[in-house]
Write a protein that binds this ligand. Structure first.
Ligand SMILES: Nc1nc2c(ncn2[C@@H]2O[C@H](COP(=O)(O)OP(=O)(O)OP(=O)(O)O)[C@@H](O)[C@H]2O)c(=O)[nH]1
Length: 596
C-alpha cells in the first residue's frame, strides 16, 4: 500500500484540469499515442462538445519513481457548481489534490470552494500554476495569491503547462513525495466508498469505488449500506483507459464493480459498500442524498408521444441518478413530467440528451425552485410546481431557499456587482480583499433570483472578470405570489410562475411584452394578460394577420411552394395549440429571456 497514491485535480472551471490529466497519462505511457485525443477522459459526446467535465472519471497510472514502481489513481472531477456534490465525494476518495490555478486568471471562486472541500477532507494540497505558456501569464502575482490563500511556501508551488507538457515530471514527483500513501487495513471488514457510477447498456451500472479497509474479491456478496441491498460481485477490477479485470481490489486502491444492477437509483454516490457476510460497523460518513435545486416540466411536443417519453426518461434516469421526475398534468400541455435538476446546466444537459440519445422533441417549461408553503391549518406543502401552491387564503406563510454566494472580482466592478446583487434581494455579508487587485464579496441571496439569468448578468456587468460559487443555507420567509398568464382569457398553466411580490408587476409587464414578441401572429387577435389571482396586472395585444409564406414565390413552381409549406410545418413542430393559440417552445421559457 505504501506504493499507492490517490489524488484528484481540482480547479475553477476551464483552468485546464482535463488537459493536464491528458499530459499525465501520456507522459506515464498510461495511454499510447494512438489512443490519445484531447481531453481523453471526457468521454461523453456532450462533454466533448461543451468542453466541460460532467461526470467524474478515474484512471490508474503506473509510474516509476527513483527506481520503484508506484500506482497513482487519478480522479478527474467536474468543475461546474451544479456537480459539486460529485466533487466532494471524489475528494473523499483521495489523500491529495493538485490545485490548478490558471496563470492568466488567478484564483477564482471555485478554486476557493474546491480548496475548502479538499481541506475539509484533509487532503494534502499541491498548488500548481497552470497554462504558464500563455502570453498573459502573471506567474508572480498568482503565486502571491496562492500563498495568501493557503499559506504555503513559494517553493511549494509548481509551474506547469498542460498544453506544452512543461512541468509534468515535477508534478509526478510531487504526487509521490508529498501525498501520503493510503492508510487502511486489508484484513478488516470491507469498507469501500462509492464515488461515482456509470451506466453501460450491456453491463448495467458500473460502480467506481475506493477501498478504505478490507479487500473486495470477485464473487463476494456485497451490500450497499444506504439501501441495504445485497448483490454478487460478478466482476471487479481496476480502471485503466478501459476496465481491467482483477480477482481482488485491496485497501487503499480504487476500482470498479459490476453486479448487474440496472438502475442508477440503487447506486448512490457517497454510499458505503461492505461485505454482506462480514459487514463493517462503521459506514463512511458524509453520505448525503443529492437534492434537486431546480424544477421544470418536460412535455412531449405531441401528446400521443407521452408513453414513449416516459420510457426514455426512465432510461435516462438509469444513467443519471441525480435526475428526478414525477408525473405532471397540465391543462395546456397534457401529460408530462415535473423534473428536478441540480441546476440549469443540468437541465440543459438532460434536455439535450433526451433529444440526441433518445430522439425526443420536448417542451421544457419555466424552471422554478422548491418553495415551502405552510397552510393556515399548519400543514407543510412542498411546492415544486406553481400549480401546487395552495390558495392564498389558505396560506399562512411561504418560505424560499437561500444561498450563500461567493463572488470574486476586480475592485473596479464592486459597484456593478452590488447593484446587481442588491437588485436580486441579496444581502451583503462580507467584503474582503484577497490581494489589492482581487476582492471577495459574500452575499446571502434567494436561490430563485440566481436560477434564471444571474450568471449571465454577472458576466456582462464585470466583462467576464467575476467568478461565482454558491451553496444552500436553508429556507427563509418570503412574500411569494403566483403569476398566471392568460391567452385570450384562457389560463395557460404551463406559463405560471412563482415570484416575489415586489417584482410581480414589472415581471408581468415584461413577460407579456416578451410573449408578444415570441407568439406568431394568427388570423385573429390575441390578448396576453398577466394576473395575480383575479387581478390583471399587465396586458398586450397581438393583432391579427395571415402569415402567407408562399407570398414570396409568385406563381410558377409548385414544388418550391410545397417546400416552403413543408418548412413552415417543421417550424411548427415545437408548437403547442393552447385553446385557439399556437404557442412555440421559446414562449414557455420566455421568463429566462426577459432582459434580452
Ligand atoms: N495556453 C494553454 N491553454 C490551455 C492549457 N491547458 C488547457 N488549456 C485550454 O484551456 C481550455 C480548458 O481546458 P480543459 O482542460 O478543458 O479545462 P477543465 O478545467 O478540464 O474544464 P472543466 O472540466 O470544464 O472544468 C481548453 O481550451 C484548453 O485547450 C495550457 O497549459 N496552456
Amino acid at each position: 500500500m505504501k506504493h499507492i497514491r490517490n489524488f484528484c485535480i481540482i480547479a475553477h472551471i476551464d483552468h485546464g484540469k482535463s488537459t493536464l490529466a491528458d499530459r499525465l497519462l501520456q507522459s506515464t505511457n498510461t495511454i499510447s499515442e494512438r489512443q490519445m485525443m484531447d481531453q481523453v477522459l471526457d468521454d461523453m459526446d456532450l462533454e466533448r462538445e461543451k468542453g466541460i467535465t460532467i461526470k467524474s472519471h478515474a484512471i490508474q497510472i503506473n509510474h516509476i519513481h527513483k527506481g520503484e514502481q508506484y500506482t497513482l489513481n487519478l480522479i478527474d472531477t467536474p468543475g461546474h457548481v451544479d456537480f459539486s456534490y460529485e466533487v466532494s465525494r471524489a475528494l473523499a476518495a483521495c489523500e491529495g489534490a493538485l490545485l490548478l490555478v490558471d496563470a492568466a486568471q488567478g484564483i477564482q471562486a471555485q478554486t476557493i470552494s474546491n480548496l475548502y472541500l479538499a481541506i475539509e477532507n484533509d487532503l494534502e494540497i499541491i498548488p500548481v500554476i497552470n497554462k504558464i505558456d500563455m502570453d498573459g501569464a502573471m506567474i508572480e502575482e498568482v503565486k502571491d495569491q496562492i500563498i495568501d490563500l493557503i499559506g504555503c511556501k513559494p517553493e511549494d508551488i509548481l509551474l506547469a503547462s498542460g498544453r506544452t507538457g512543461l512541468g509534468i515530471e515535477g508534478i509526478l514527483e510531487a504526487i509521490v513525495e508529498r501525498i501520503p500513501a493510503p492508510k487502511g487495513n486489508p484484513t478488516d471488514p470491507l469498507q469501500a466508498l462509492v464515488f461515482d457510477s456509470v451506466f453501460n447498456s450491456f453491463r448495467g451500472i458500473i460502480v467506481y469505488f475506493r477501498v478504505l479497509n478490507g479487500t473486495l474479491r470477485k464473487g463476494d456478496k456485497v451490500q450497499f449500506v444506504s439501501t441495504g441491498q445485497v448483490y454478487d460481485a460478478d466482476e471487479i477490477g481496476i480502471l485503466k483507459l478501459g476496465l481491467e479485470v482483477k480477482k481482488e481490489v485491496g485497501a487503499g486502491d480504487v476500482g470498479y464493480l459490476i453486479t448487474g444492477i440496472k438502475n442508477a437509483k440503487e447506486v448512490k454516490v457517497g454510499d458505503t459498500i461492505t461485505n454482506a457476510l462480514n459487514p463493517t460497523k462503521e459506514p463512511i460518513t458524509g453520505f448525503q442524498e443529492v437534492k434537486p435545486m431546480v424544477f421544470a416540466g418536460i412535455f412531449p411536443v405531441n401528446t400521443d408521444e407521452f408513453e414513449e417519453l416516459r420510457d426514455c426518461m426512465e432510461k435516462l434516469q438509469l444513467n443519471d441518478a441525480s435526475l428526478t421526475f414525477e408525473l405532471e398534468t397540465s391543462q395546456a400541455l397534457g401529460f408530462g413530467f415535473r423534473c428536478g435538476f441540480l441546476g440549469l446546466l443540468h437541465m440543459e444537459i438532460i434536455q439535450e440528451r433526451l433529444e440526441r440519445e433518445f430522439n425526443q422533441t420536448v417542451i421544457t417549461t419555466v424552471p422554478n425552485v422548491s418553495f415551502i408553503a405552510y397552510t393556515t391549518k399548519g400543514e407543510k406543502v412542498i411546492v415544486n410546481n406553481p400549480a401546487e401552491m395552495p390558495d392564498p387564503v389558505r396560506t399562512d406563510r411561504i418560505e424560499e431557499p437561500f444561498i450563500r454566494a461567493q463572488i470574486i472580482t476586480k475592485p473596479d466592478y464592486i459597484g456593478n456587482i452590488m447593484t446587481l446583487c442588491l437588485g436580486k434581494r441579496g444581502i451583503l455579508i462580507n467584503q474582503s480583499y484577497l490581494t489589492p487587485s482581487r476582492v471577495e464579496l459574500i452575499f446571502e441571496m434567494p436561490l430563485t433570483e440566481i436560477v434564471f439569468d444571474f450568471y449571465d448578468k454577472l458576466k456582462s456587468q464585470t466583462r467576464g472578470y467575476a467568478s461565482f460559487d454558491y451553496n444552500p443555507i436553508g429556507y427563509r420567509d418570503a412574500d411569494i405570489v403566483k403569476m398566471d398568464i392568460l391567452l385570450n382569457n384562457e389560463k395557460v398553466d404551463a406559463l405560471s410562475a412563482l415570484i416575489h411580490r415586489s417584482r410581480a408587476h414589472e415581471f408581468g409587464r415584461k413577460l407579456c411584452e416578451k410573449l408578444k414578441e415570441l407568439l406568431p401572429r394568427q388570423q385573429f387577435q390575441i390578448a396576453i394578460q398577466a394576473a395575480i389571482g383575479a387581478k390583471i396586472v399587465a396586458r398586450e395585444n397581438i393583432s391579427a394577420m395571415r402569415k402567407d409564406v408562399t407570398a414570396k414565390c409568385y406563381g410558377g413552381d409548385i414544388s418550391r411552394k410545397r417546400k416552403l409549406l413543408e418548412k413552415q410545418k417543421e417550424g411548427k413542430k415545437r408548437m403547442r395549440q393552447i385553446g385557439n393559440v399556437e404557442v412555440p417552445q421559446e414562449a414557455f421559457l420566455a421568463v429566462l429571456k426577459l432582459d434580452d
